[in-house]
Ligand binder design. Structure first.
Ligand code: ATP
Ligand code: MG
Length: 228
């Protein structure tokens, strides 16, 4: 599902500010796996996710997601690929505060060509999965932190992506909301989705449905633990 070969990322390449954020990363994640990407601040987790998402390009190496060589896709194709295959959940939710939950959730489908009835059904399904249906018509600015995050999850899942990338999903959540997030993660796993979570939250340690833990340090994967 996700395959990286000798992927490196140098920021400000060719200048005196050049910084090697990723050093020759090899990584393989199978369809249906939930993988945790751990490591201290600055180790390269967000950089790695942004490359897999096609939001940025590697300096060298190959990234293949679902048979598509995304490290080489031109930008227009990269965004089309993202729109179809990937859902991204960021630490900061990037929601439209003065719109309702449901309006935010349908944003990714606006140019999909689907009719409004189909869009409504997909939004309802996604809000249910993210446990936020009860706030569908509420303005985002009036939501709690945990509710905002579940709204962002519903928006990331509405187009039914096969691959879901989460960057520090519980960083701004209290324990109860973090545990709710983990429940949603478990449902995604049960649905056969592939998920990569970048986190240093100890709540993710030892979860039974996590099959891979990749530890990053200074732009390298220093340990890769595969569980059955
Ligand atoms: N656009 C950029 N230009 C230059 N350096 C960058 C850029 N983005 C990230 N870096 C550097 O690359 C390194 C890895 O950053 P990254 O955001 O991937 O770390 P992270 O593991 O996600 O950290 P955190 O846990 O704090 O989110 C850091 O040293 C960071 O300063
Ligand atoms: Mg980060």
């Amino acid at each position: 599902m996700v395959e990286l070969n000798s992927v490196s990322k140098i920021y400000n390449e060719g200048t005196s500010q050049a910084f090697e954020a990723l050093k020759s990363i090899d990584m393989h994640i199978n369809k249906g796996e939930v993988a945790i990407l751990s490591g201290v601040s600055g180790s390269g987790k967000s950089t790695l996710l942004s490359l897999i998402a096609g939001l940025d390009k590697p300096s060298s190496g190959k990234i293949v997601v679902e048979g598509e060589l995304i490290s080489k896709l031109p930008d227009l194709h990269a965004s089309a690929y993202r729109a179809k295959t990937i859902g991204v959940i960021f630490q900061h939710f990037n929601l439209l505060e003065s719109l309702s939950v449901e309006e935010n959730v349908i944003v990714p489908l606006i140019n999909s060509g689907l009719d409004m009835q189909t869009i409504t059904v997909m939004a309802e399904k996604s809000m249910k999965l993210a446990a936020i249906s009860h706030k569908a018509s509420q303005e985002v600015k009036a939501l709690s932190g945990g509710e905002k995050q579940r709204c962002a999850i519903a928006r990331a899942l509405v187009h039914e992506p096969e691959l879901i990338l989460c960057d520090e999903p519980t960083a701004n959540l209290d324990r109860a909301n973090s545990l709710k997030f983990i429940e949603i993660l478990q449902s995604l796993h049960a649905m056969g989705k592939t998920v990569i979570v970048a986190t240093h939250d100890p709540l993710f340690e030892g979860l039974s449905f996590v099959s891979k833990v990749l530890s990053m340090e200074d732009g390298e994967i220093v340990n890769s633990e595969q569980r059955e």
